[in-house]
Ligand binder design. Structure first.
Ligand code: MF3
Ligand code: CO
Ligand code: CO
Length: 249
C-alpha cells in the first residue's frame, strides 16, 4: 500500500531531508585522498545528531555505522572502516538516511576522489543524469514505469547496466515503504503516481555487467566483474504537475 502524506507530514519530511542535505554540505568537502570512510561516517553522524535527528542506517538490520560508503566496484552498503582509506582516482558513494520527528530523508551522492580517470567521471555524470531523466516524468497521474524506463534507458544507452536486486522505494515514517522503484522498467506500467506520495529514487549504475556478489560481512555488495559503479539518490514528493526534492537545504 502506498501511503499518501498530508501537507503536515510533507513539511516534516522537508525537515528530515534538510538534515541529509546538510550532511553532504559538511562531509562532501572532506572527501579527499587519505581520508578514511569511517572518518566521513563519524562526521555525518555528528551532523545528524547535532540536528536532533537519528542516523537511520545505524542498527538497520544490524548495519554497524551511520552511513553507507561504497568505493569503486562496491555498488551499495559499503561499511565505513578506518582501514578503507580513499585514494586518488577512487569514486565513493555516500548514502545517508536520517530520521527527524518520526520521518525519514534518504539521499546518496557519488564523489570523485582527487584526480579521477575520465571514464569514472563519465559514469558519475550519467548516473546523475539517470536520476534527472527519470524524475522529469514524475507528476500526478504518471505510471511509475515511465520513471524506471527513463533511468534504464539513460544508463543502457551510455553502455552501462543497472542492478536487478536493489531498488528505490517509497519513504515516510519508514525508510522503505511501497512502492519499490527498480532502476529498470517498462513505460506505461506499474502504480500511478498521486500527489503526496513520497519516493526515494536512486539510480545505481554499473560500468560493466550487473552481476553482483556480497562479501562475507553480509553487507558489502559489489560487481562480479570488478568494474566500478555509481549511485545517486534523492527523496521527493509528487505534486500535481511535477515534484519537489525534499533532500535539499
Ligand atoms: N540508504 C539506503 C537506501 O537507499 C538504505 C540503507 S541500508 C542500511 O535505501 F543498512 F545501511 F541501512
Ligand atoms: Co539511500
Ligand atoms: Co533509498
Amino acid at each position: 500500500m502506498i501511503i499518501i502524506k498530508s501537507p503536515r507530514e510533507i513539511e516534516l519530511m522537508r525537515k528530515a531531508g534538510a538534515v541529509v542535505a546538510k550532511v553532504f554540505d559538511v562531509v562532501g568537502p572532506m572527501v579527499k585522498p587519505g581520508v578514511s570512510t569511517l572518518t566521513l561516517s563519524k562526521k555525518a553522524e555528528e551532523v545528524i545528531r547535532g540536528a536532533g535527528a537519528n542516523p537511520s542506517s545505524k542498527g538497520y538490520g544490524g548495519f554497524p555505522e551511520a552511513i553507507c560508503a561504497s568505493v569503486n566496484e562496491v555498488l551499495v552498503h559499503g561499511i565505513p572502516s578506518d582501514r578503507k582509506i580513499l585514494q586518488d582516482g577512487d569514486i565513493v558513494s555516500l548514502d545517508v538516511t536520517a530520521e527527524l520527528n518520526g520521518y525519514q530523508g534518504d539521499a546518496c551522492r557519488t564523489y570523485a576522489v582527487g584526480i579521477c580517470p575520465e571514464e569514472k567521471l563519465r559514469l558519475v555524470k550519467v548516473t546523475e543524469q539517470c536520476f534527472w531523466n527519470g524524475v522529469s516524468h514524475v507528476k500526478e497521474g504518471v505510471h511509475l514505469g515511465d520513471v524506471e524506463h527513463a533511468i534504464q534507458e539513460t544508463a543502457e544507452s551510455n553502455g552501462y547496466s543497472t542492478p536487478r536486486e536493489y531498488t528505490g522505494h517509497g519513504i515516510g515514517r519508514e525508510m522503505h515503504e511501497d512502492p519499490y522503484i527498480p532502476d529498470y522498467g517498462e513505460a506505461g506500467t506499474g502504480p500511478v503516481l498521486r500527489e503526496g506520495m513520497t519516493l526515494a529514487i536512486e539510480p545505481m549504475v554499473m560500468m560493466g555487467s550487473n552481476r553482483l556478489r556480497t562479501l562475507k560481512d553480509g553487507w558489502t555488495t559489489l560487481s562480479k566483474d570488478g568494474k566500478p559503479s555509481a549511485h545517486y539518490e534523492n527523496t521527493l514528493v509528487v505534486t500535481k504537475d511535477g515534484y519537489e526534492i525534499l533532500t535539499k537545504l
